[in-house]
Structure formats: structure tokens, C-alpha cells
Design a protein around this ligand. Sequence first.
Ligand SMILES: [Ca+2]
Length: 60
Amino acid sequence: MNGDNTINILDVIKTINIVLEKIQPTFEESYAADVNNDGVVDVMDVVCTVNIILGTNPSD
Ligand SMILES: [Ca+2]
């Protein structure tokens, strides 16, 4: 998400900053941050990113 092709805590922080409008994401960043592909970057994307890092599949 942050360009290093891995998802880690930095991506969580970046997504939170986008959600809180602390940073203005580029098109690529907002696309990458929309982890659940519902068209908006919100807290659910933060949750999804954390789940990916933890290896948790919410549908299990
Ligand atoms: Ca989303």
C-alpha cells in the first residue's frame, strides 16, 4: 500500500491518516487504502488492513 508491496503497520497508520484526513492521498493511495473495495476509505478499511496483517480472515 505504501509502495513496498507488503502490508504492515505503516499501512495501518497511513490508512488511519487518510480516514482522519490528516493526509491528502493520491489516487493510487486512496485506491490502495480501500482494502474492501467499497469505494470509500473509512474505518472498515483500517480493520481489514489489521486483519490482513494478523492473518485473520473475517469470513472464517
Ligand atoms: Ca473501503
